[in-house]
Design a binder for this molecule. Structure first.
Ligand code: ATR
Length: 306
C-alpha cells in the first residue's frame, strides 16, 4: 500500500534534518524497515537551514516528533539545543540522532557503534588489543577513531593528506579518550567495557616513512576519505603493503566495491563494504525510537533500489 494512505492522527513522526537533504537515502531505508516491522511511524526528510536550527528543534518538540537524524551541516551546531548527549557523542563532538523524551532532548552518535556493528554483522572480530590504520581525519574518521579506541584497540595511526589535521585529531582524542576510559555505560556488544584500554593514537601523512610498515603490520586498515568515491583517482596507499590477514574496511558506499576493496580482495584480505555502517547507524536510531530491532536486510535492500 502507498505509505501515505496509512498515515492517521496516531502515526508517529521521525525524520532527518540537513541542508541539502533531497539526496538523503535515509527515508527509503527507514520507511521500508518501519513498514516491515508493522509500526505506525513515518520517516520524513526536512530541509533545515543553519539559521533555523533552534526553531526547527522547538517545532519538533511542540508537535511531538519522536526522533530526528541529523546530517550535514548540523551535526555539531545542534548540540547547544540538547538536554544531554551520550559519552561517545561528547568525545566525537557531533551527534547524528536526537530523541525527544519527556524530560528533554537526548543526542547521540550512532556512526561509532554502527561502524563496529557492521563488523559483527560480517562475522569479523573487532581487533581489540591490535594495531589499526585509519585513512582520513574528517568527521567520519573522528567517529571511527573514538569507536575503535573505546573498543580497546592497541594503537590507531591516523593518516591524512593535510598532516596537521591528523596530528591535532590524534592529540585531541588521545587526551579525551584515555582520560575518560573505563566508562561502563557503553554498548557492551561492541565496546570494551572493562575499562582496561589505553589506546596510542598518532597522526601522520601519506609520505611518512613509517606508513608502509604501519600498514604491513596492522590488523585492520580503514578508509574514511572521500577519495574512494572517485574511481579515476589513484589509490592513496600501495596495496603491496597489505598482508592477506589484514581486514580492509572502506566506509565509502558508492561504489559498493571501491578500488581499495578490489585491490585488498586481490591480496586475499577480508573486506567490509561501507553500506553496512550506513545501515547499522540507522538501525541503532530506529531501535532507540521504536524499541524494536529493525530488519537490517530490509534496510540494506531499500538502499540498493535506485
Ligand atoms: P567526512 O565527514 O566524510 O569524514 P570530511 O570531514 O570532509 O568528510 O573529510 C574528508 C576526508 O577525506 C579528509 O580527511 C580529507 O583530507 P584533507 O583533510 O586533507 O582534506 C580526505 N580527502 C578527501 N579527498 C581526498 C583526496 N583526493 N586525497 C586524499 N584525501 C582526501
Amino acid at each position: 500500500m502507498d505509505i501515505r494512505q496509512s498515515i492517521t492522527g496516531h502515526t508517529k513522526i521521525v525524520g532527518v534534518i540537513g541542508s541539502p537533504i533531497s539526496h538523503s537515502r535515509s527515508p527509503q531505508m527507514h520507511n521500508a524497515a518501519l513498514s516491515k516491522a508493522g509500526l505506525d511511524f513515518v520517516y520524513v526528510p526536512f530541509h533545515v537551514s543553519t539559521d533555523a536550527i533552534d526553531q526547527a528543534i522547538d517545532g519538533f518538540r511542540s508537535i511531538n516528533v519522536i526522533g530526528i537524524n541529523v546530517t550535514l551541516p548540523h551535526k555539531q551546531t545542534v548540540i547547544p539545543f540538547l538536554t544531554s548527549i551520550s559519552h561517545e557523542a561528547d568525545l566525537i563532538g557531533a551527534v547524528n540522532t536526537l530523541s525527544f523524551l519527556d524530560d528533554g532532548i537526548y543526542g547521540e552518535n550512532t556512526d561509532a557503534p554502527g561502524f563496529l556493528r557492521a563488523m559483527n554483522d560480517n562475522n569479523i572480530a573487532i581487533p581489540k588489543g591490535k594495531d589499526v590504520v585509519v585513512l582520513g581525519a574528517g568527521g567520519s574518521a573522528r567517529a571511527i577513531v573514538v569507536a575503535l579506541a573505546l573498543a580497546g584497540v592497541k594503537s590507531i595511526t591516523i593518516v591524512n593528506r593535510t598532516i596537521p589535521k591528523a596530528v591535532s585529531l590524534a592529540e585531541e582524542l588521545s587526551k579525551k579518550i584515555n582520560k575518560k576510559n573505563g566508562d561502563n555505560s557503553l554498548d557492551d556488544v561492541v565496546y570494551n567495557t572493562n575499562g582496561t584500554f589505553d589506546t596510542v593514537i598518532t597522526g601522520i601523512g601519506f609520505e611518512d616513512i613509517h606508513l608502509p610498515n604501519a600498514i604491513n603490520t596492522c590488523a585492520m586498515l580503514v578508509n574514511t576519505t572521500s577519495a574512494g568515491m572517485d574511481e579515476s583517482l589513484p589509490l592513496l596507499i600501495n596495496p603491496d603493503w597489505l598482508e592477506s590477514e589484514t581486514i580492509v574496511y572502506d566506509i565509502v558506499y558508492t561504489p559498493p566495491i571501491t578500488k581499495l576493496l578490489k585491490a585488498a580482495k586481490e591480496k586475499g584480505c577480508s573486506t567490509i563494504e561501507g553500506i553496512g555502517m550506513l545501515v547499522h547507524q540507522g538501525a541503532i536510531a530506529f531501535e532507540r525510537w521504536t524499541g524494536v530491532k529493525p530488519c537490517v536486510n530490509t534496510m540494506k535492500n531499500a538502499l540498493l533500489i535506485k
